[in-house]
Design a protein around this ligand. Structure first.
Ligand code: R2B
Ligand code: URA
Length: 300
């Protein structure tokens, strides 16, 4: 961990009890008894969709002999479940929403591990989601090597009127490789590694021509997609560049993003897959995650 980047000015007072930390969007606070049962957390799995979080927690509980599932009471922003060492949390769509979830989850983890940096190093983080493929057929699972924004530069934010904060969007190679290895040779499952672009809009910053607001042409869209393809980008989603940036800022060594592709963006903009196909795509990214969790958390 990069201790110097952790906000000790605020967080140390939470540990010594001088003040409370309110994880407002999760509906819990540092003194809340519900958090006491989460101290052994070994992995934090996030997804945009609340439904997928509930499904994942149920599946992980079944794999762990029906372990108890703890549900956070507030569900109007993010849905959260904890079972058998894994905290599952939804983060909504887009970097503004997911950044709130990650800021609060990182603070929560600091509390749960009592600021022990070695213990925090052990925790595995993962976002599991959907994406548009770049030159890949629908249904491919992409494990991201790096998250970038639509201009192929890393995630950055305005620094209060005076320049920008820049973040490192790389995903740790050893973790991505281990996920790919845990899924090698499985029939019907195609798992690849590649760079991932995070757009700030599903339409404009993904160069779609089917938005209500459309500022691109077929030529500019095709040129952008060809540029991504030539630069090793394999898929496009809406959160990865920020998530990698924040986790790298604190120096977490084990984190990943696993996204299935819903369509090949070189062939179109609209998601026309049937609900059965979408269920299979979503299930496949879950399978890729669970194969890794089983190998690395259960040792199976
Ligand atoms: C993938 O899918 C969502 C948009 O449909 C968004 O959260 C993302 O990253
Ligand atoms: N999610 C995205 O952000 N883009 C797509 O094309 C598909 C899913």
């Amino acid at each position: 961990m990069k201790d110097e980047n952790i906000n000790h000015a605020f967080l140390d007072g939470v540990l010594d009890g001088s003040h409370e930390d309110v994880y407002y969007h999760f509906g819990v606070a540092s003194s809340d008894p519900i958090l006491r049962g989460l101290r052994d957390v070994q992995a934090i799995v996030t997804a945009g969709s609340a439904g997928r979080i509930v499904e994942f927690a149920d599946r992980w509980s079944r794999l762990n002999g029906g372990s108890e599932i703890v549900a956070f009471p507030k569900e109007d922003r993010f849905v959260t479940r904890y079972t058998a060492g894994v905290l599952f949390a939804s983060h909504g769509m887009g970097m503004p929403s997911a950044s709130i979830a990650f800021q609060e989850l990182m603070r929560m983890l600091f509390l749960l591990k009592r600021g022990d940096l070695d213990a925090m190093d052990e925790v595995f983080w993962c976002r599991v989601g959907t994406s548009g493929g770049v030159g890949l057929p629908a249904g491919t699972v992409v494990v991201s090597s790096e998250g970038l924004m639509a201009d192929l530069k890393p995630y950055r934010l305005l620094r209060g009127g005076d320049g920008e904060y820049w973040f490192d969007g790389h995903f740790p190679t050893a973790t991505s490789d281990a996920i790919i290895a845990a899924n090698a040779g499985i029939d019907g499952l195609s798992v690849v590694s590649g760079r991932t672009v995070a757009g700030n809009d599903f339409f404009l910053e993904q160069f779609r021509l089917d938005g209500a607001v459309c500022l691109e042409t077929a030529e500019t869209k095709n040129a952008w997609l060809a540029w991504l393809d030539a630069n090793g980008v394999r898929n496009i989603e809406m959160e990865g560049a920020m998530i990698a940036g924040y986790l790298n800022h604190w120096g977490f060594p084990r984190f990943a993003m696993i996204c299935c592709t819903l369509l090949n963006r070189l062939e179109g903009d609209q998601v026309t897959a049937t609900s059965e196909q979408l269920d299979k795509f979503s299930a496949d990214s879950g399978v890729a995650l669970f194969n890794y969790l089983r190998a690395h958390l259960l040792g199976a």
